[in-house]
Design a protein around this ligand. Sequence first.
Ligand code: FES
Length: 105
Amino acid sequence: ARITFIQPDGSENAVDAEPGMTVMEAAVKNSVRGIAAECGGACSCATCHVYVEEEWREATGEPEAMEEDMLDFAFDVRPESRLSCQIRVTDELDGLRVRIPEKQF
Ligand code: FES
């Protein structure tokens, strides 16, 4: 699936992600700036925070309770905030667009 990461300055990185990996892993594998992912995907660092673009919010779903709790530690949390290590790539997410926040801390 093709996933586009949008930097705070508006520049975009489009990467290819295999179904089954997470959006965070796709970012890290492709050296996308701004995804620190310090805990390596265990949902315990909140440094893989992204904003899901409006038209993709339904497809990516709602955060689960553990993710919701962890998001409290993220910077500038909004209704469209997700932890990218908790979004699993599927074929349905082909074309997904997420924004990277100004900072992760
Ligand atoms: Fe740490 Fe997602 S990588 S919460």
